[in-house]
Design a protein around this ligand. Sequence first.
Ligand code: GUN
Length: 286
Amino acid sequence: MSALIDGKALARSVSEQTAETVRGLTERLGQAPGLAVVLVGNDPASEVYVGRKVRECRKVGMRSTEHRLPAATDEADLLALIEDLNSDPTVHGILVQLPLPDHIDAGLVLDAITPDKDVDGFHPVNVGRLSTGTGGLVPCTPLGVMMLLDTVISDYRGLDAVVIGKSNIVGKPVAMLLLEREATVTVTHIETRGLSEIVRKADIVVAAAGAPGLVKGFWVKEGAVIIDVGITRVALPDGTTGLMGDVAFDEVQHARAVTPVPGGVGPMTIACLLSNTAKAAALSLG
Ligand code: GUN
């Protein structure tokens, strides 16, 4: 029977640590660390995520400000808001919720955020720091993936790791973090040939394809550690819907450990956003 890696419990403990760090920072800064969350338009999923991020911030004693702009907002107006937030000393972290409306160039907006306030770790400077192993702010979901792996793996050197999915938000940064630990990393994607054979050799499987049930039980090596980043709402035979990961969860009892969906990676993402915001606040002290 594979062990369950409990993301909810780990997220709670990371948030408790962050709350402790925030208490110290609040004294040193003379104010609580602050996160600015920017939401353009009213994508329902984004509204839920943003609400959750703001709520969790307050729980660990940080301030958070929400900037809700209409869907028709000009790119120039959004860039002006980012400039204001960049120069506001009460704002330590800036997060622009994605996706942005089509008429706005998301790359331009993310580039405009000061790298030391870029709590999402999406700015090219932070991407560069990650790929050269020189610190910086690391994207939240990949950071959470590594913390989950760290609960069962202490030495990554020489382990075979496969990352399924090459997104800038998850796949590529996870690959960089695993490389940094000296795992042998294979990054796969929609055009990869023979994916099942590649997965079959892996000691670590990070599935971030957004393809429910993609990774079958017989693909997985005995004793592998599986992190399932996928979360897709699917129709169930009884006519209701449910959330499903990229891994056929019921078929991987022979794995060493696996994250559930939900309750695995999801809770870690927000916990890591909070810890990144505390880190950004510490950076502001020099
Ligand atoms: N939209 C979906 N995931 C994310 C994320 O991690 N950060 C931001 N800013 N937007 C998102």
